[in-house]
Design a protein around this ligand. Structure first.
Ligand code: FES
Length: 87
């Protein structure tokens, strides 16, 4: 698991193994935009302020993955213990 910090509200949520960031945010009542929930549409693209995403989507290019400043929160996870997102 890893911790997600929501920059705009300062809230922190823990994403346990086997869950997605989006699932946890929804459980916490945090509204997020999404559509496919499987990493293909790009609707859930979110800016990464700190931390290293573990990209699992089919939207971003290799270059964007490497840059690491955006991620699809419906499917991608974290390589770092903590991600700070622009949410
Ligand atoms: Fe479609 Fe995340 S909701 S890529």
């Amino acid at each position: 698991g890893f911790t997600v910090v929501l920059k705009r509200s300062g809230r922190e949520v823990v994403v346990p193994a086997g869950k997605t960031i989006m699932e946890v945010l929804k459980e916490e009542g945090i509204r997020v935009a999404y559509s496919c929930q499987s990493g293909v549409c790009g609707t859930c693209e979110t800016r990464v302020i700190e931390g290293v995403p573990d990209h699992r989507d089919n939207v971003l290019s290799a270059r964007e993955r490497e840059r690491g400043n955006v991620m699809m929160i419906c499917c991608s996870l974290a390589q770092s213990d903590r991600l700070v997102l622009d949410l």
